[in-house]
Design a binder for this molecule. Structure first.
Ligand code: SF4
Ligand code: SF4
Length: 466
């Protein structure tokens, strides 16, 4: 279906949608409670339209896939990709724009936005690859380490992580020919990530060593504030990303203490985005599907979440990938690509094996992005943008009936995807004035809200019996 629908086409598709309404309830209701026998990702009350699958919806060629070095992303190699002259120009532009907008009191870039941004980054725990040395281990207590089945362990870790602030949690078993390739060859600081037949992990100036016996990866999400994200691409929007990283640094450290307290290793991200490819582990663990953003899309929060991981030697029952119809929806939607001011995202209808540059890792069939265009725009606005996340229909709160209905219908069949996207265009239009740095939604309206959710996220999923 055409993306530029005429009114007549839209009404025709909404007619089809009407037919879909009669089908949808069968998709919405069902086994909504986590049941390990179904191999569901053990998030609490995941909707029944989140179906598990043996393979992710994105194709992977494990033979072609090699372990990737994180520093080759544009985060670490932007200057190399665009040249020093352009990088210098962008640095100057970034400083000038942020300074001018601060002095002009431009909504989203004002003094209060800047102050909250700095405040958000404070107070997190120490972040490191190796487990903490001062943990109270079973050995120190004179008792044996915790034992139980991998399913028991997965449930226990899930409960602990929800307590510590994770959104959804899944588990991946490392296999030399497949999932182990998602561990970075080199971390952001260029240290080699060795997997070796040793008993204990170690770290020196050049290397981090993961013992071969640590065969399990815990992957988890921490959702970001959808309300704050809607103010993209401002300083205010950026701080929801910052808050998630700050919260996770504490969560990671606490998880390392918890695992050590049980008698097991917890090997963390030595720095932001280190250790392994987060969206890939999230996909394999069933936390979401890959998307046109070439990022993880979750059923719970769309792309408005961050994904983290830890390697452990505690045997954990793996969770399965999912198919909620979201990757399929991306084929007809393209809303994020339309909204992207730098035109960094793919407009292709089908994913491809062909990468766009060395910032992409070959071996999966994806919607690859021109990451240099994206990063250059970030530099111009002085933030991490996020307009594409904001525009995504799945990034809108799922409480409204239409969103629940849309998600269930998109999961059941791709037939109505175009019409569902057209309805989203109508209820979720973009910024009135899409000039450089102008927000999707008014940041000053955000500051007038006094009823925002705690940490900006919906924490109400789960049980509340007391
Ligand atoms: S973050 Fe902004 S510039 Fe980058 S892909 Fe998304 S919309 Fe485009
Ligand atoms: S905006 Fe549309 S195409 Fe882009 S990630 Fe979301 S659903 Fe996919």
């Amino acid at each position: 279906m055409s993306m530029n629908l005429t009114r007549r086409e839209l009404l025709k598709d909404l007619g089809l949608l009407g037919a879909g309404i009669t089908l949808a309830p069968a998709s919405i209701v069902g086994n909504t409670v986590f049941d390990w026998d179904n191999e569901q990702t053990p998030a609490l009350s995941r909707p029944s339209w989140v179906r598990t699958a043996d393979k992710p919806t994105m194709e992977i060629d494990w033979e072609k896939m090699q372990r990737y070095s994180e520093w080759r992303t544009t985060r670490g190699s932007f200057v190399e990709y665009v040249g020093k002259e352009r990088d210098d120009r962008l640095t100057k532009l970034q400083t000038e724009n942020l300074d001018r907008w601060l002095k002009q009191n431009k909504p989203g870039y004002t003094l209060k936005d800047r102050a909250l941004g700095v405040a958000t980054g404070q107070g997190s725990g120490a972040q490191g690859f190796l487990p903490p040395k001062d943990a109270t281990t079973p050995e120190k207590l004179g008792v044996p380490k915790w034992t139980g089945s991998p399913e028991d362990a997965a449930r226990m870790v899930t409960a602990a992580m929800r307590h510590l602030g994770a959104g959804t949690i899944g588990f991946v078993q490392l296999d030399t020919n497949t999932t182990e390739k998602l561990i970075y060859a080199q971390d952001p600081d260029k240290k080699e990530m060795k997997i070796a037949d040793v008993d204990l992990p170690s770290e020196d100036d050049k290397t981090r060593v993961i013992p071969k016996k640590a065969r399990w990866v815990i992957a988890w999400t921490i959702p970001m504030s959808q309300e704050t994200m809607k103010t993209a691409p401002t300083v205010l929007c950026q701080l929801t990303t910052g808050l998630t990283y700050t919260l996770n640094r504490s969560l990671q450290l606490r998880l390392q203490y918890f695992l050590a307290g049980l008698g097991y290793l917890g090997l963390g991200e030595a720095s932001t985005n280190a250790l392994g490819i987060s969206p890939a582990f999230g996909t394999m663990a069933g936390l979401g599907e890959m998307s046109r953003l070439n990022r993880l899309m979750t059923p719970e929060w769309g792309p408005i979440t961050r994904v983290f991981k830890m390697v452990t030697d505690l045997p954990l029952a793996p969770t399965k990938p999912i198919n909620a119809g979201m990757f399929e929806f991306c084929k007809v939607c393209k809303k994020c690509a339309d909204f992207c001011p730098s035109k960094a995202l793919s407009f292709d209808t089908e994913p491809t094996w062909q990468v766009r540059g060395p910032w992409n890792n070959p071996g999966h069939k994806a919607f690859f992005e021109d990451s240099t265009k994206c990063r250059a725009y970030w530099r111009q606005v002085g933030t991490n943008c996020g307009l594409c996340f904001t525009a995504c229909p799945f990034g809108t709160k799922n409480h409204a009936f239409f969103h629940e209905f849309r998600n269930a219908l998109a999961s059941a069949t791709p037939v109505f995807d175009g019409a569902l996207k057209a309805v989203d265009d109508w209820i979720n239009p973009g910024p009135a004035n899409p000039e450089l740095g102008n927000p999707f939604k008014d940041p000053e309206a955000w500051w007038r809200r006094t009823d925002l959710p705690i940490f900006g996220i919906n924490t109400s999923s789960g049980l509340s019996e007391i």
